[in-house]
Design a protein around this ligand. Structure first.
Ligand code: TXA
Ligand code: MG
Length: 332
C-alpha cells in the first residue's frame, strides 16, 4: 500500500476523515504521542489497527472524541466524578475508562465491557474526529514494543506502506502517553501513569486516587505478580534496540558515573549514547525521540540518568524508562 502524506490544512484533514469513514487508517498528532486512528465503531478498522502495529488483540484501544458530549454516544454511564474530571482536564492528556455501549465493538475494547475514552488537546486531532463524524480508536502509532512516536517522521519509520495516510503535524508537546484512569468504581484508580498525576485528580474530586497496585511491581509477567488492569501495561514496551542502563543516585554522582562509563566503553570501541535529563517534563518530551535517535545512530549501549523518586511526574516518566531499560538499574 502507498501511504499518503497529508498536511494539517482543513482540505487535507477532510481527505483524512474520508479515509477513516471508509474503514482506512490515518496516523495523526496528539499532545501526548502520535496515534494510529481508525473508526472506533468498526470492528474491521480496529482489526486493521492491530495488524498494522503487530499488536496483541487483547490490548484494548483508546477511543478519541472531539468533545465531552460525545461520551454519551459510547459509554453506558458517565458518573458524576468522571464528568468532573472531564470538565476540568479535557481536552487533555487523560483517558477515562467507563462501561461501554454495545455500539463499540469487542474488537476495539479487546473484549472488555469497558471503553477507554480521551478528548485530545491537539487541535488537528479534534478537527479530524469532527470531520470523520465517528469516534477514532487510536493506539500509539508505533510498531508494537517500540518507543511511541512523538514526531510524524517516527511514524513514517515504523508504518510507511502499512497504513493509508500520515498527517505531518507538529512534534508532541507532552511526549508520554495519557494517564488512564478507571472510573467504573467508587474511587478513581490510575491504570497507566502520565502527565495527569494522582494529586491533580485528588484536588479536583476531593477523593483519594491510587495507582493500580500491579503497575508498582517490577518486571511484569513473572510468576506470582499482580496482573495490571490495563492489559497494555503487562507488555514489554518502549524498547530501544541498544542495551540500556539506568543510573540512579544524586544528580552529580549519576552524571559523573555515566560520563566515566561512557569514556571507558568508547575506548573499547563501543558506540555509546548518554541521556541525562534535568527534570521530568524535559524527560517526558524527549525520551522516546532520544531512544529512537540512539537506535538510528547504531548505538550499542545507552547510559541514561534515572529521575529521583518522590514526585508523581517523575514516577510517570520512570515507568517508561524502567521498561525501556528492562529494569536494568545501577545505583551510584
Ligand atoms: O496518549 C495516549 O493515550 C495515546 C494517544 C494516541 O492518544 N494513545 C495510547 O494508546 O497510548 P495505546 O493503545 O498505546 O495505550 C492504551 C492503554 C493500554 O495500556 C490499554 O491496555 C489501556 O490503555 N486500555 C485501553 N482500554 C482499556 C480498558 N477498557 N480498560 C483498561 N485499560 C484500557
Ligand atoms: Mg502504545
Amino acid at each position: 500500500m502507498k501511504t499518503q502524506y497529508l498536511t494539517t490544512s482543513d482540505e487535507d484533514l477532510k481527505i483524512a476523515a474520508e479515509i477513516i469513514k471508509s474503514g482506512g487508517l490515518v496516523a495523526f498528532p496528539t499532545e501526548t504521542v502520535y496515534g494510529l486512528g481508525g473508526n472506533a465503531l468498526s470492528a474491521f478498522a480496529s482489526k486493521a489497527i492491530y495488524e498494522a502495529k503487530g499488536r496483541p488483540s487483547d490490548n484494548p484501544l483508546i477511543v478519541h472524541i472531539s468533545c465531552t458530549e460525545e461520551v454519551d454516544d459510547i459509554a453506558m454511564r458517565f458518573p458524576d466524578n468522571a464528568r468532573k474530571l472531564a470538565e476540568a482536564l479535557w481536552p487533555g492528556p487523560m483517558t477515562l475508562v467507563l462501561p461501554k455501549f454495545d455500539v463499540v465493538p469487542d474488537a476495539t475494547t479487546g473484549g472488555l465491557d469497558t471503553v477507554a475514552i480521551r478528548c485530545p488537546l491537539n487541535e488537528t486531532a479534534r478537527k479530524l474526529i469532527k470531520y470523520a463524524g465517528v469516534p477514532i480508536a487510536a493506539p500509539s502509532a508505533n510498531t508494537s514494543g517500540r518507543p511511541s512516536p512523538t514526531k510524524w517522521e517516527h511514524v513514517k519509520h515504523d508504518l510507511d506502506g502499512k497504513i493509508d495516510a500520515i498527517i505531518m503535524g507538529e512534534p508532541c508537546i507532552g511526549g508520554i502517553e495519557s494517564t488512564v484512569i478507571d472510573m467504573t468504581e467508587e474511587l478513581p484508580m490510575i491504570l497507566r501513569p502520565g502527565l495527569i498525576t494522582p494529586e491533580i485528580v485528588t484536588k479536583i474530586l476531593g477523593l483519594p486516587c491510587d495507582y493500580d497496585p500491579a503497575i508498582k511491581e517490577g518486571p511484569s509477567d513473572s510468576e506470582g505478580k499482580l496482573v495490571p488492569r490495563a492489559p497494555g501495561m503487562k507488555y514489554k514496551h518502549y524498547a530501544p534496540k541498544a542495551q540500556m542502563n539506568l543510573y540512579s543516585g544524586s544528580f552529580e554522582n549519576v552524571k559523573k558515573a555515566i560520563n566515566e562509563e561512557a569514556e571507558k566503553l568508547k575506548q573499547e570501541g563501543a558506540n555509546v549514547v548518554t541521556i541525562i535529563y534535568e527534570d521530568a517534563e524535559t524527560a517526558a518530551r524527549n525520551l522516546f525521540a532520544d531512544l529512537r535517535n540512539a537506535d538510528d545512530g547504531g548505538a550499542d549501549i545507552i547510559l541514561a540518568s534515572a529521575l529521583p523518586s518522590g514526585e508523581s511526574l517523575n514516577y510517570s516518566v520512570m515507568n517508561r524508562m524502567l521498561k525501556s531499560a528492562g529494569y536494568n538499574v545501577i545505583e551510584v
